[in-house]
Design a protein around this ligand. Structure first.
Ligand code: AHR
Length: 526
């Protein structure tokens, strides 16, 4: 029997608790059911994708240190970062932007490095852009990691001609001048480009366009895309901001037949206010709650965009690419405000897992997501300080969820208790689930269950009826810490990392998970 509880009283306690979470109240048992015989469409591994923009220390220092650096590197690319990203099987990486992409001219980033032009990164702090990291360096990075490329094309300040030429340069196997120029620059075989985004935030930094205007632009660029055997890339239209469903509606209606995917950007701001977003560490406890309220809005946002897509694309041919998402806090004091550098705490690790559990519900449409951003920017996997590096709680959440890549989702029915994060403008409680869950049958034959417990104070005993799944053994990992804002610092001993999970038991066809407060748990059952 499913059980719903209201935890208003508990939430009131949480709201004024110090950052060291309050003493845990008694663990509550919640019943759940696994629908092992109702598998959904595959969880594309690309749901675990990344976004690496020329922004702050994301690319320069984060990935590229140059061949002469004392930081160990392979052809200028950090070895420690490549090894860390390989370990989470980073499936795809979007580059070169973001807003940067709509001012990027690919010719600036090819040829002899010392001769490349110096530009100003207008969007991100006016920082000098050396162009040392260009097309060849990007593909070297992708290939070293064993990942795939998602190229973002300049629509806002460029032309279809420039797009066509860059695509030809990257992908032509022929004897045309652009292919020969690529060869002269050291690369004989064409690069593999499976995904190309045509524009970025075309409603904003990508050109301030209306959806109708951008749909026409998109159609014009599409005509010169020359999709075929040399260029089999999927075409992704620049999508909407958060809940702007009209953008998705107009785009899929007016230009749907020219696209394979449409993107969506949704960032989690604790305050939902772009002027004062809230700090990454040492945050008031109410911002723990509001962060989880904001982040779980992803569920409704996906539903709404998918409904618009279903109307204009009932065959469900077009994928939804959430190619920017994650937490966005106030920049760390003393850092360049244009570099979007923020610490990453246990809260972020749980945010990541809560979103994975949501994405797994919409695999029919959601074909890729790219968290913003891989290194040193926003909700990063990795923070660097010159030669030192820290793996963040978000990194560990990605690591725990690796078995979900290309797995088959199995629905989980559960009515999690709800928590509240204040009131909305109409005076209604802003509620969110205390935890969310997803399950999948992985390539290794095991069934994995992932839980994101967003409750700062309370653990849950989840009693999952395994239905037709016969299993005897449960093993897994947990990510948690004592403090809500526990985080790792480059060069210092790790504070937040995964440990072996001892709270799982199988008996009488039920899997019981004793999930601690503020944690991520992933278990394998077999
Ligand atoms: O990820 C940072 C920025 O956020 C991107 O450049 C832009 O697309 C979005 O507004």
């Amino acid at each position: 029997m499913l059980k719903t509880l209201t935890l208003a009283a508990l939430t009131a306690t949480v709201a004024f608790a110090p950052l060291m979470a309050t003493a845990q109240s008694k663990t509550e048992t919640v019943e759940a059911t696994l629908k092992a015989d109702a598998p959904g469409p595959q969880i594309s591994r690309h749901i675990y994708g990344q976004f690496s923009e020329h922004l702050g220390l994301g690319v320069y220092e984060g990935i590229w240190v140059g061949e002469d650096s004392t930081i160990p590197n392979t052809r200028g690319i950090r070895n420690d970062v490549v090894a860390a990203l390989k370990a989470i099987k980073m499936p795809v990486v979007r580059w070169p932007g973001g807003c940067f992409a709509d001012e990027y001219h690919w010719r600036d980033g090819i040829g002899e490095r010392s001769k490349r032009p110096a530009r100003k990164n207008n969007w991100w702090g006016g920082t000098p852009e050396t162009n040392a990291f260009g097309t060849h360096e990007f593909f070297d990075f992708v290939e070293q990691v064993g990942s795939e490329a998602y190229i973002s094309i300049n629509v806002g300040s460029s032309t279809p001609k420039e797009m066509r030429e860059w695509i030809e340069y990257m992908t032509s196997p022929g004897t045309d001048d652009l292919a020969n120029e690529r060869r002269a620059n050291g690369r004989d075989a064409p690069f593999k480009v499976p995904y190309i985004g045509i524009g970025n935030e075309s409603w904003g930094c990508g050109g301030n366009m209306t959806p109708e205007y951008y749909a026409d632009e998109y159609r014009r660029f599409s005509a010169f895309f020359h999709k075929g055997s040399d260029n089999p890339a999927l075409r992704i239209a620049s999508g909407s901001n958060a809940d702007d469903v009209n953008w998705t509606d107009v785009l899929t209606k007016n230009a749907g037949r020219f696209m394979d995917g449409i993107s969506l950007h949704y960032y989690t701001l604790p305050t939902n206010n772009w002027t004062t977003k809230g700090p990454a560490t040492n945050f008031p406890v109410e911002q723990w709650n509001s962060t989880f309220y904001q982040t779980t809005q992803m569920d409704q946002i996906l539903k709404d965009h998918i409904a618009a897509m279903d109307k204009n694309d009932p065959q469900k041919r077009i994928g939804l690419y959430v190619d920017e998402w994650g937490t966005w806090y106030d920049v760390e004091k003393g850092t360049n405000p244009g570099h979007l550098y923020q610490q990453n705490t246990l809260r972020d690790g749980i945010v990541a897992a809560a979103n994975f559990n949501i994405f797994h519900r919409y695999t029919e449409r959601v074909k890729m997501t790219n968290i913003a951003q891989t290194i040193n920017v926003l909700q990063a996997m990795i923070l660097t300080d010159k030669e030192k590096m820290a793996l963040t709680p978000t990194y560990y959440a990605y690591k725990m969820y690796v078995p979900f890549q290309d797995a088959t989702p199995l629905p989980v029915e559960v009515n999690a208790p709800t928590l509240t994060a204040g009131k909305d403008k109409d005076g209604k409680d802003k509620t969110y689930p205390a935890f969310n869950v997803s399950a999948a049958k992985a390539k290794d034959g095991k069934t994995y269950v992932g839980v994101a417990n967003m409750d700062a104070d309370k653990g849950y005993k989840i009693s999952l009826d395994l239905g037709t799944l016969k299993a005897k053994k449960v093993t897994g990992d947990v990510l948690t810490a004592t403090k809500l804002d526990a985080h790792n610092i480059p060069g210092q001993k790790e504070v937040v990392t995964t440990t072996s999970f001892k709270g799982g038991k199988i008996a009488g066809g039920k899997l019981t998970l004793d999930v601690p407060a503020k944690s991520v748990v992933v278990v394998a059952v077999e």
